[in-house]
Design a protein around this ligand. Structure first.
Ligand code: ADE
Length: 293
């Protein structure tokens, strides 16, 4: 199997759909293997409790570190460590800012690497095993992250529920040398990590060679390559439908003109809809014709 994926959740049935459709096929082709685990299997109390009230007060519940650690130690093959002898480990406060900064440095390194090549599958660096926690208060998950993670041999996703998970969980595994990532999938709040994991999983696995029926279809789409532009609009036959025509240039058969038309539309639409993506463009890489647009 090219990529082994483990998902930990209190709702593992949520991931039953992964046995269907493209993902099911990818599993039978041996491209990926996915196992969804129930976090409660690592509890020892009669109530199988996985959460507790927040230290410092406040509403809601926070996922306990002990249960997560028993589970993740098992999945990652690690022995429990006492961090009290460790200078860097502050047992009461996980270094959240430092963690975020470290992740962002890695992300911006990856970004620079990615910008030096055009290839969608250029390995920015090849992570072996990565532990990923969806978290609405984390850096945004982008196509660049999906590309990088599509080169990993093993991904372990931890789905948080309720008001979140104890911050020492990612901090502890980072301190054990594990490549730990926390990602938000967008500026909105979901009830838990399951939907976010499904989104990330699909974005990552569809990049695996052999996953898609037509690999060409992922080369030209939005957010890929070194440039993140919105895609031009698409049309199919008939050329006139309910009195609405398609742009004439697309019927001209002149591939040069078609390419220029699509490129102009991509630039103009990105500028109108996502000006933030235009800001991020490396203007030095734009052609003269691009700049005119
Ligand atoms: N959990 C809850 N909301 C989330 C979001 N927007 N991204 C990732 N994980 C989440």
């Amino acid at each position: 199997v090219d990529m082994q994926i483990d998902i930990v959740s209190v709702f593992p049935e949520y991931f039953d759909v992964l046995n269907l459709s493209l993902f099911g096929k990818a599993q039978s082709k041996g491209l990926v293997s996915v196992h969804a685990h129930n976090l409660r299997d690592w509890t020892h109390d009669v109530h199988h409790s996985v959460d507790d009230t927040p230290v410092g007060g406040g509403a809601g519940m926070v996922m306990k570190p002990e249960v997560w650690a028993e589970c993740l130690d098992d999945l990652l093959g690690l022995e429990p460590q006492d961090m009290s002898a460790n200078d860097d480990a502050d047992s009461t406060a996980a270094p959240a800012e430092t963690d975020g900064a470290a992740q962002e440095t890695a992300a911006s390194d990856a970004l620079q690497d990615a910008q030096s090549g055009n290839d969608l599958r250029t390995p920015v660096h090849t992570p072996d095993s990565v532990l990923i926690f969806p978290n609405p208060s984390a850096p945004l998950f982008t196509q660049r992250d999906a590309t990088e993670l599509s080169h990993a041999k093993r991904l372990v996703f931890g789905c948080g529920r309720y008001e979140g998970y104890d911050a020492r969980i990612p901090a502890y595994y980072r301190a054990q040398g594990v490549d730990v990532r926390e990602y938000s999938i967008g500026d909105y709040v979901l009830n838990g990590g399951e939907v976010a994991v499904s989104v990330m999983l699909e974005a990552i696995t569809r990049l695996l060679p052999g996953f898609m029926g037509n690999p060409e279809s992922i080369v030209e789409e939005s957010y890929t390559g070194s440039e993140a532009l919105l895609e031009h609009r698409q049309y199919t036959r008939p050329a006139v439908w309910r009195g609405m025509g398609v742009p004439d240039v697309l019927l001209s058969g002149d591939h040069g003109k078609v390419d220029r038309f699509r490129r102009d539309e991509a630039l103009a639409r990105t500028d109108a809809i996502r000006p933030d993506l235009i800001e991020q463009l490396d203007c030095a890489r734009l052609s003269k014709a691009d700049r005119k647009t």
